[in-house]
Design a protein around this ligand. Structure first.
Ligand code: NAD
Length: 313
């Protein structure tokens, strides 16, 4: 029996590619960067499986280009807002993702961003490199205490709850908002209390976003919400850029409605709102939430397993 034909849109850690090669006739893109649309449409032709990234838009057109043999779209990510899942389901194409394996790694990065923005680590680093350090100073680079502060978690799923566990070591008050209230036992275990979104925004010192990008969460945080936040509060986004209205955030930071923000994701990746680059009260990262050696390897083997299992039916 012929092996199923599979296309991998970009080189991922070798462990995953090897697994797929054992079971499938495998083509890995050798294009250096996000595959241009025309190439993607060409490469998926007659494939039974596609392993793609969150930078690949997999819509009706791509499914048409692949043809009727397409059985599975395996996303190398937990978020799958890049895929038209409804259309895939209509066609009987299975869509898979990599939940769980990147939870702690992404929460680690969100935590690093909280610490960086609160203690002005990036500004401090620039200061030292610029040769400005003249010895200890009483009023140099004053920041905000994380210990004992109130953490507001928007989206209390895997990553949101991992943030709550970290917060307990910092003696923080933890409040969360989610579509669904967590079971009482989980709230108790994590020391977290439910709030409505407006309540959370007006009470938290650090607001951290962990919802998926859906039509409902698009611009969940806009001008109105930013104005509800405390003047001394910070916004951290490691979920998806379009959840925050970036133009409104720029004004919030320029006009000091809030004290700062730290972002791993942007509204129009890879573009970054130029005004953000001019601000000191923001820390910026290039979508590296899951970027550790161990986690990217686990994501690769999980995405490979998902693909192979679906192809074997
Ligand atoms: P999850 O599904 O475990 O948790 C998401 C939570 O959001 C759920 O509890 C859900 O009920 C809640 N939710 C969904 N829609 C909502 C709405 N409209 N209002 C309020 N709450 C809502 O997902 P997870 O594994 O914790 O990941 C969360 C998101 O983080 C992913 O969807 C992904 O987009 C993003 N992510 C980013 C990176 C990165 O590299 N920066 C890495 C991993 C995940």
């Amino acid at each position: 029996q012929a092996k199923p034909r599979v296309f991998i849109t970009r080189r991922i850690p070798e462990e995953g590619i090897k697994m797929i090669m054992e079971h499938c006739e495998t083509e890995v893109s050798d294009f250096d960067g996000v595959l241009p649309r025309e190439m993607l449409l060409e490469k998926v032709k007659n494939k039974e499986g596609i392993l793609c990234l969150l930078t690949d838009t997999i819509d009706k057109e791509v499914m048409d280009a692949a043809g009727p043999k397409l059985k599975v779209i395996s996303n190398y990510a937990v978020g799958f807002n890049n895929i038209d899942v409804e259309e895939a389901t209509r066609r009987g194409i299975m869509v898979t993702n990599t939940p769980g394996v990147l939870t702690e790694t992404t929460a680690d990065l969100a935590w690093a961003l909280i610490m960086s923005i609160a203690r002005r680590i990036v500004e401090a680093d620039k200061f030292v490199r610029a040769g400005k350090f003249r010895g200890w100073e009483p009023l140099l680079l004053l920041g905000t205490d994380v210990y004992g502060a109130t953490l507001g978690i928007i989206g209390f799923g895997r990553i949101g709850q991992a943030m709550a566990r970290r917060a307990s070591g910092f003696n923080m008050k933890v409040i969360y908002y989610d579509l669904q209230r967590a079971p009482l036992q989980v709230e108790k275990e994590l020391g977290a209390s439910y709030r409505t979104l407006p309540e959370l925004l007006s009470e938290a010192d650090f607001v951290t976003i962990h919802v998926p990008l859906t039509p409902q969460t698009h611009h969940l945080i806009g001008e109105k919400e930013l104005k509800m936040m405390k003047k001394g509060a910070y916004l951290i986004n490691t979920a998806r850029g379009p959840i925050v209205d970036e133009k409104a955030l720029v004004r919030a930071l320029q006009e000091k409605w809030i004290r700062g923000a730290a972002l791993d994701v942007f509204e129009n990746e890879p573009e970054v709102e130029p005004e953000l680059l001019k601000l000191d009260n923001v820390v910026l990262a290039p979508h590296i939430g899951s970027a550790t050696y161990a986690t990217r390897t686990k994501m690769a083997t999980m995405a490979a397993e998902n693909l192979i299992k679906a192809l074997q039916g």
